[in-house]
Design a protein around this ligand. Structure first.
Ligand code: HEC
Ligand code: HEC
Ligand code: HEC
Ligand code: HEC
Ligand code: HEC
Ligand code: HEC
Ligand code: HEC
Length: 392
């Protein structure tokens, strides 16, 4: 290549470089967040203040939390600070120098003692508690039952003695938290347990548990404050009815399905059959329990089958556990049932105009959970509204 040609080449290379470089300078810097980057609920507040404020009162946000000092029952003082199993054997709730404990006593002599570390449940009905021993979380023998305002023997625990060996497994956190990392330990090919990383635990069900990781959404909208159209976020409106229900079914379709992988990574819009094996005959054959299985019950209702539009959002708003009562829910029924052919006998009931719920979604006891109170022969049932809407 001669002198002139080479100069031209160098010049053109420089031009290309300058253009490329200046384009780089002009355009947006590359986004660094990826599809799985979490932003954390606190970052949503600046742009979604109202949703955020409502959400703080929603039971989802407080369905698990670390227990700090003597803050174990939130807003109540239990009538007793111990639970007697027998004349000789009791478990006392005690304050010690590093927190609150459940301590077993046999004729006044101290036995096993474990600290309250985690509360599971929003406490609407009940709290149950976990205590760390290394990477293992044990369920404490006593739970707190709000209707009794007192300590009860934890569900399904032996009746005659305090039981300290029940594990709280990661599965509980798949429905009661937003993230948990854990590893299965093995010895000689046999499973020896699950080790949970306490630091990875994100308490409560947060925004991104229901909406998917929002790192890219937050990054984009902070850099483009003038953009009013949501970017990098699944739009609920664009989902099918099945997809909308699946977003709740991750946690509201019971616990007896065949699970394929942990549900923490599920995003709305995704196919739930990647997580739960569909068509499990044992599961389909049994009548769903009222506890934790609103999806399957609702799907058995004629309202669901024949309306073709009913989903969870027909009656529930996702960010507020509304305490408006059954009259407000009944208005949702009336919005589809303007005329009803009730018999004379039914019409004689005073609540027929204002409370459809107690007749058509009656409160029923869970068969899976109930509570043993001290010195009582009968157990206290866990009552829930049956989501199979029907004539009972
Ligand atoms: C810098 C501002 C900003 C931040 C921070 C932000 N968003 Fe948004 N978001 C927007 C804007 C703008 C829209 C579109 C207008 C609207 O719907 O409010 C939007 C819309 C949404 C929507 C509605 C999508 C639809 O159905 O239309 C969801 C859900 C959402 N954001 C979730 C989140 C979550 C979760 C977080 C926190 C992890 C978050 N956003 C943080 C700006 C932000
Ligand atoms: C229990 C699941 C759940 C949680 C937790 C949740 N959302 Fe939502 N969110 C939904 C659903 C479902 C919708 C769609 C509602 C509809 O369109 O009827 C929605 C809608 C929205 C919208 C658009 C409509 C509106 O109300 O403005 C925004 C914005 C939003 N969510 C932000 C958030 C933020 C921020 C948080 C956390 C502070 C959060 N969400 C927590 C389920 C949830
Ligand atoms: C990650 C799991 C999870 C997802 C996803 C989820 N929920 Fe829940 N939901 C729970 C748990 C756990 C509770 C019990 C909270 C408590 O009281 O401790 C609950 C409670 C509720 C309640 C009762 C609130 C009250 O105060 O009585 C309603 C209603 C509800 N969920 C509706 C929905 C709807 C609708 C969706 C889908 C948009 C949804 N949930 C998605 C786990 C989930
Ligand atoms: C498949 C999802 C799922 C799993 C797994 C799950 N739960 Fe729940 N849990 C729920 C839902 C949904 C509710 C609330 C409504 C209901 O009972 O239907 C609930 C309610 C509760 C409550 C009562 C909350 C209140 O304030 O009334 C406690 C306590 C609780 N669960 C503890 C646990 C423990 C401990 C485990 C593990 C052994 C566990 N849950 C496993 C979904 C689940
Ligand atoms: C989205 C519309 C819609 C909503 C909301 C709705 N329903 Fe229905 N419901 C229907 C349709 C459609 C049918 C089937 C046709 C019929 O029987 O009217 C039905 C059927 C029924 C039946 C007869 C059931 C049977 O097995 O024969 C009862 C009872 C009923 N609904 C009560 C209620 C109550 C109570 C509520 C509120 C908790 C409610 N519905 C909410 C649409 C709805
Ligand atoms: C036709 C209206 C309607 C629909 C649709 C509906 N619910 Fe409900 N739900 C109610 C009523 C009414 C209650 C009782 C509220 C109360 O006691 O304050 C309730 C209570 C709940 C509770 C509290 C525990 C219980 O069972 O009593 C949960 C959890 C819940 N619903 C989840 C869901 C989920 C998930 C879906 C979708 C699969 C859904 N609901 C669909 C009306 C409805
Ligand atoms: C006292 C209990 C009771 C109350 C309250 C009640 N129902 Fe009914 N409902 C019944 C019974 C029982 C039947 C079966 C027919 C009969 O004997 O009246 C029925 C039948 C129905 C049907 C099926 C018949 C038809 O017209 O398609 C619907 C729909 C219905 N009710 C909706 C409602 C709605 C909506 C409300 C609230 C505004 C309500 N019910 C309040 C007991 C009740």
């Amino acid at each position: 290549m001669k002198g002139k040609g080479r100069l031209l080449l160098i010049l053109s290379v420089i031009t290309v470089l300058v253009i490329t470089f200046s384009q780089c300078m002009d355009s947006e810097p590359k986004l660094t967040a990826t599809e799985t980057t979490r932003a954390g609920a606190a970052t949503c507040k600046q742009c979604h203040q109202k949703v955020y404020d409502n959400y703080l009162h929603d039971t989802h946000s407080i369905t698990s939390r670390p227990v700090k000092d003597d803050d174990i029952v939130k807003g109540d003082t239990p009538i007793s600070d111990f639970y007697p199993f027998t004349e000789h054997l009791k478990v006392a709730v005690e304050k010690r120098k590093d927190g609150m404990y459940q301590v077993a006593y046999f004729d006044g002599e101290e036995g096993m003692a474990r600290r309250f570390d985690i509360a599971l449940g929003s406490g609407k009905n009940v709290y149950t508690y976990g205590s760390w021993t290394g990477k293992i979380l044990y369920q404490l023998p006593l739970s707190y039952l709000r209707v009794a305002n007192n300590w009860v023997n934890s569900p399904k625990f032996p009746k005659d003695r305090p039981y300290y060996s029940q594990l709280i497994e990661p599965r509980c956190f798949e429905c009661h938290s937003s993230n948990l990392e854990y590893t299965a330990t093995q010895s000689g090919g046999l499973s020896t347990g699950l080790k949970m990383e306490e630091k990875s635990l994100i308490y409560g069900i947060d925004c991104e548990r229901c909406h998917g990781s929002a790192g890219q959404h937050v990054e984009f909208h902070i850099k483009n404050p003038e953009e009013k159209q949501s970017k990098y976020m699944v739009l609920y409106k664009s989902l099918t009815r099945k997809q909308k229900i699946d977003a709740c079914a991750v946690c509201h379709s019971g616990n007896s399905q065949h699970k394929l992988q942990p549900t923490f990574s599920y995003k709305p819009g995704e196919d739930l059959s990647n997580y739960y094996l569909p068509g499990n005959p044992a599961y389909e054959a049994t009548e769903p329990d009222v506890h934790g299985n609103q999806v399957h019950l609702m799907e058995k209702s004629q309202c669901f089958i024949q309306s073709k539009t009913m989903d969870c959002g027909t009656c529930h708003s996702p960010h507020e556990s509304k305490k408006e009562g059954l009259t407000v829910y009944s208005k949702k029924c009336i919005s589809c049932h303007a005329t009803i052919s009730h018999s004379e006998k039914t019409l004689a009931n005073a609540m027929v105009k204002t409370n459809c719920i107690d007749c058509h979604m009656p409160l029923q006891p869970s068969q899976l959970i109930s509570f043993q109170q001290a010195a009582q022969k009968d157990v206290t049932p866990y009552m829930l509204h049956n989501h199979r809407i029907a004539v009972y």
